[in-house]
Ligand binder design. Structure first.
Ligand code: FRU
Length: 502
């Protein structure tokens, strides 16, 4: 089959997010800021809008919101599929793929070898390089450069380690079915020696995939750096299916030591809710961060889908969007280091941006109130509530009469919910219509929600980014109402600000 053509109205194509023009995508790969633009490579089927023919697609953006699609960067061939991986700017030309005056970009990806290959059945790490700033790529002739004789060794993220132990490349990858992150080091990206392993720990309800490792200052103090190890897993997320967890601790150049591990070894099912999650929603997977982001910012993008129903979501001719980019920081919460995440990107430059709707403090008492003048399909909603005696309060977005996506807070159990059971099209997979929950706690007497709504998604950053939930929705174009509600009592909507992006 050739790439799908636009036969149905493309009503779900996102405005704030990247989606390929007319093909399938999954994991973000090789995220790097280089040559003044953000490069987003991704798992791509160049020939269809379901998973297969895995190659690296490519898009660039000046602002993380408006993206330009480019030709396929690294294509599969008869020998191998090109699975997930990363890109580094080899400044000192340690690999020799460039010259000292024109150092190369080097991609480190997983070769998923096909039955006809001499390496059939193996997954091993391979290299490709670019001498034109990331637009065209050449595979290294002596691939793979790192094999463990394993069929489940994949998703290398390479970083430059510069610390007490020296200066060298470090790779984190996974032995997926062993729930283990494996660490290697190299001077030249070509030959690798083992450093250590991490795991199993915390969530192990599914294979471990797409790890990342990076330092962040705690509470903004550059003298107090901690390391964050992120690991995606599928299935086994807190609300079923694909999700990402993280650990915070130290990396001494050899070993990552976690200080946030709840369970050593295999998962304790009773403790799933105690583990640290990058996102509690159903559609935040394969998250990985940019190399060389300006200003030393730690920026992350995930695939906005879930392997439970990924190939069935009702979009055409493309399938699967990426999430918004997020900026990550570490803050001490109740004595423990926790990731704080905020959406980032050039939203304000979008045409139509800035038309806003504001509501002054409003008492809600056992009611649902559709807000005149607040409707929209692409918007940022910032709402602050203080609880009264209502069991639940919150908002309904992309609504129309009885339908919509309900985003609610229940103070007594301390939960944030996304209910997408009547969000629009839900019939394409039995596990899609869901009500999902995350733990949330009151901060200074109130609950603050920042919600990015797009044509097929909601991304919720609660309590200034302490808790996030990302979910796909497939509403009718005419479902654009915003409502606020309180059930079984009172709550106060202290403030509401809506920015419309289109
Ligand atoms: C994660 C993943 C990776 C793999 C890629 C294949 O979604 O399964 O582990 O490299 O997708 O497309």
């Amino acid at each position: 089959m050739t790439a799908a053509t636009a036969t149905t109205a493309d009503i779900f194509r996102p405005a704030l997010h990247y989606a390929a023009r007319n093909t399938w995508l999954n994991d973000p790969n090789g995220l790097i800021f280089h040559g003044g633009v953000y490069h987003l490579y991704y798992q791509n089927n160049p020939l269809d809008n379901v998973w297969g023919n895995m190659s690296w697609g490519h898009a660039t953006s000046p602002d993380l919101v408006t993206w330009t699609e480019h030709p396929v960067a690294i294509a599969c061939d008869a020998e191998e599929d090109i699975f997930s991986g990363s890109i580094v700017f080899d400044r000192d030309n340690t690999s020799g793929f460039g010259t000292d005056s024109a150092p190369p970009l080097v991609a480190i990806y997983t070769s998923a070898f096909k039955p006809g290959s001499t390496h059939a059945g193996l997954q091993a790490q391979s290299l490709a390089y670019s001498r034109d700033g990331g637009y065209t790529w050449t595979k290294h002739t002596a691939n793979p450069v790192l094999s463990r004789g394993s069929a489940e060794f994949r998703d290398p993220k390479v970083i430059r380690y510069d610390g007490g132990a020296g200066s060298y490349w470090v790779m984190v990858a996974v032995e997926a079915t062993d729930f283990q992150v494996v660490l290697y080091r190299s001077a030249d990206l070509l030959s690798w020696e083992p450093l250590s392993t991490f795991g199993p720990a915390n969530a192990t309800g599914g294979v471990w995939e797409c790890p990342d490792l990076f330092p962040l200052p705690v509470d903004g103090d550059p003298g107090n750096l901690k390391w964050v190890l992120t690991v995606n897993l599928n299935p086994g997320g807190p609300n079923n299916g694909s999700a990402g967890q993280y650990f915070v601790g130290d990396f001494d150049g050899t070993t990552f030591t976690s200080e946030t591990t709840v369970t050593e070894g295999l998962q304790d099912p009773d403790k799933l809710g105690e583990y640290q999650w990058l996102d509690w929603g159903r559609d935040y997977y394969a998250a990985v961060s940019f190399s060389d982001a300006p200003g030393n910012r730690r920026l992350m993008i995930a695939w906005m889908n879930n392997w439970e129903y990924a190939n069935q979501i009702p979009t055409s001719p493309w399938r699967s969007p990426m999430t918004l980019a997020r900026e990550l920081s570490l803050r001490t919460v109740d004595g423990s280091p926790r990731l704080i995440q905020q959406a980032t990107g050039g939203f304000e430059a979008l045409s139509g941006a800035g038309q806003s709707f504001t509501l002054a403090s409003t008492e809600l008492s056992d009611c649902t109130r559709v807000l005149d003048g607040a409707a929209g399909t692409i918007q940022r909603i910032e709402a602050t509530f203080t609880p009264g005696d209502a069991d639940e309060f919150g908002l309904v977005v992309r609504g129309n009469g009885a339908h919509g996506t309900r985003i609610g807070i229940r103070p007594a159990p301390g939960t944030l919910h996304v209910d997408r059971r009547t969000s629009g099209r839900t019939d394409f997979h039995a596990s899609f219509p869901s009500i999902d929950a995350a733990p949330i706690r009151v901060v200074d007497g109130s609950y603050k929600l920042t919600i990015y709504v797009d044509r097929c998604s909601v991304e919720i950053f609660a309590q200034d980014g302490q808790v996030t939930m990302t979910e796909l929705i497939f509403p009718a174009q005419t479902s654009a109402d915003v409502a606020v509600y309180a059930l079984g009592g009172t709550a106060t909507l202290k403030s509401l600000d809506i920015t419309r992006f289109a």
